[in-house]
Design a protein around this ligand. Structure first.
Ligand SMILES: Nc1ncnc2c1ncn2[C@@H]1O[C@H](COP(=O)(O)OP(=O)(O)OP(=O)(O)O)[C@@H](O)[C@H]1O
Ligand SMILES: [Mg+2]
Length: 579
């Protein structure tokens, strides 16, 4: 019942259809209850040597009643199943919409396969709860009460005796239902694990092949798979015992009824026809009893699944809109003061005491060893990660106070790892902007240094890339991602080592092209190469989350610290390469 209340909000938009469906169920049940009455009358008429014409009338009545029942059960299915599909549709949309709102950290906590399983298997179980479960439980309740009413009218003591088994049946249902509920939850959990396995193995196909791990992957999968089968088998054992047990118990009820009812007929307390009717009514009760078990099962599964879906839907995105007003055009000044940041699951801070000021239109170069916190710092500006309050400001407004949409509209990030959708290169670039002109796409591709590559592709910009852009080289992918950011013409452009897979010469050429784009924009350039940052207005060197050096290129070289060291080594490498 509690579960049904939770479903209330989902049903609300369809309350009219729901009522119509329930009315159909009531009509079908009512028509069905006439059957046993007619048969009873016919038997009594037969005992009284009725004419064949009378019997024919009874026969035709029976057909008519069945036809009416048929029409309404058709209507009931049509309406209620379509309502359940509608609810499934709504729920799926809401679920997806919610996923879209979740921050990056959420996806680091949840496996893709698990999120997929909730959207498929669990959603289907909820649909069964909304459609079939409601349909069968309503018709069961109505049929049972109708049958009981007519049985009691025939002979109430006989009715009472036939139902002696009821409490036992209820007990068995309760016990098995509980058990099945628990086991079903375990099955769903394992299915999620199985989906995650497949998902990781498929997306990581390249790594698996490269390390020749196919065999062990298959083994690991077989292990997860056999656990899934094992849990399913346990579930099957319990749910298979359900029906025979109930049938046994109802069978015992029949024995009592035959014995006592037969005596009543021979004593003349009820007619043969009534006895036959009674029998028919009692057998009408058997299905509801079995259905109860089945419906309980559906409800248990459905609610377990609903909980799994709601668990995700109730996870509030940790990063939410700030309460401040939306800003129009920002000028792009970035100020960071006393910024400390730690990832929730790690003890060491990723950034400590970061202070920096970048005026609107300036370029900041960021270098530092791997793991020194460069990507973390960039992610905090558009709140892909959430900075502490009063530590990151854009145009002197705390980024936490701005609506996310407004904040992120002003910023374009080119992440360290490019991700492309499996569509055309043109669409991948256009993804960053709202319906851009063709010429804008072409310009962005050109500035990102893609022209030569595009010429070598048979279909140019219309070339479709494989899943995650797998058919492009690393450097090509990176430049498509760069073009995607450029086309948005952002006030603030964050480049996270986004040309790492391109050779140094090409990088320099692209950066030269980009100088024009940088004009009037605030730009952060993260790179491992000195050549990429040397032209920046100021350069910051990070080490283990702290700023260890800062200044212009010349200044830093003169200081003779980490930066100068790095510059010397890279120059040496270049000279060696040139030899
Ligand atoms: N999602 C995360 N959860 C926990 N720790 C993280 C996470 N991402 C990064 N870290 C840790 O934070 C530190 C800084 O990482 P970050 O990615 O900012 O380094 P980086 O300077 O960008 O390195 P690289 O040059 O290799 O890209 C590292 O010690 C890293 O292990
Ligand atoms: Mg990084």
């Amino acid at each position: 019942m509690k579960a049904l209340r939770r479903l209330g909000p989902y049903f609300r938009p369809y309350s009219l259809q729901l009522l119509g469906g329930i009315a159909c169920i009531a009509a079908a049940v009512l028509a069905g209850l006439f059957g046993p009455l007619i048969v009873g009358r016919a038997v009594d008429a037969l005992v009284g040597q009725a004419s064949s014409a009378t019997l024919l009338i009874y026969g035709l009545l029976l057909v008519a009643v069945t036809a009416v029942q048929g029409v309404f059960s058709f209507g009931q299915r049509l309406i209620l199943v379509s309502v359940s599909r509608q609810i499934e549709y709504d729920l799926r949309n809401e679920y997806f919409e919610h996923l879209e709102r979740m921050p990056l950290a959420f996806y680091q906590r949840h496996h893709t396969g698990d999120l997929m399983a909730r959207a498929t298997n669990d959603l289907e179980a909820v649909r069964q709860l909304c459609g079939p479960a409601i349909m069968y439980s309503t018709s069961t309740v109505l049929t049972a009460s109708g049958a009981l009413f007519f049985m009691a009218r025939i002979h109430w003591q006989l009715t009472f005796l036939s139902l002696a088994m009821m409490p036992l049946i209820a007990l068995v249902t309760q016990f098995l239902g509980h058990r099945i509920h628990g086991l079903f939850g375990q099955v769903q959990e394992q299915f999620s694990a199985l989906s995650s396995r497949v998902h990781e193995s498929v997306t990581g196909a390249r790594v698996v092949r490269a390390h020749a791990r196919e065999g062990s992957e298959v083994e690991r999968f077989a292990l997860t798979n056999s656990e899934y089968v094992r849990r399913n088998n346990r579930l099957i054992r319990w749910s298979a015992a359900f029906r025979p047990l109930l049938q046994l118990l109802t069978g015992l009820g029949f024995v009592a009824m035959l014995w006592f009812g037969g005596t009543l007929v021979s004593k003349g307390e009820i007619t043969v026809g009534e006895f036959v009717s009674f029998n028919f009514f009692l057998s009408k009760l058997v299905w509801p009893m079995i259905a109860v078990g089945w419906v309980v099962n559906l409800v248990q599964r459905g609610t377990a699944s609903l909980r799994r879906i709601e668990e995700i839907k109730e996870t509030e995105p940790e990063i939410r809109d700030g309460s401040g007003a939306a800003v129009g055009e920002v000028s792009g000044a970035v100020r960071v003061t006393g910024l400390d940041f730690s990832y929730p699951e790690s003890a060491d801070p990723a950034l400590e005491g970061i202070d920096l000021t970048v005026a609107a239109g300036e370029t900041l170069g960021l270098v530092g060893r791997t793991g020194s916190g460069k990507s973390t710092l960039l992610s905090l500006i558009p709140r892909l990660l959430d900075p502490p309050a009063e530590s990151v400001f854009i145009d002197e407004l705390d980024v936490r106070s701005l609506p996310l949409h407004s904040l992120r509209a002003a910023i374009a990030v080119v992440p360290q790892e490019a991700f492309l959708f499996s569509t055309t290169i043109a669409e991948n670039i256009a993804f960053g902007a709202f319906q851009p002109e063709r010429s804008a796409i072409e310009r962005a591709a050109e500035v990102a240094g893609l022209s030569a590559d595009l010429e070598s592709f048979p279909r140019g910009l219309e070339t479709v890339v494989g899943e995650r852009g797998i058919t492009l080289s690393g450097g090509q992918k990176q430049r498509v991602a760069l073009a995607r950011a450029l086309i948005r013409e952002p006030r603030i452009l964050l480049l996270d080592d986004c040309l790492s897979a391109v050779d140094a010469d090409t990088e320099e050429r692209i950066l030269r092209n980009l100088r024009r784009v940088f004009l009037g924009r605030t730009v952060f350039v993260v790179s491992h190469r000195i050549s990429a940052v040397r032209a920046a207005d100021q350069i910051i060197v990070l080490d283990r989350g702290r700023i260890v050096e800062r200044g212009g290129h010349g200044e830093l070289i003169r200081q003779g610290g980490v930066y100068a060291d790095l510059a010397r080594r890279q120059q040496l490498e270049d000279e060696l390469a040139a030899v």
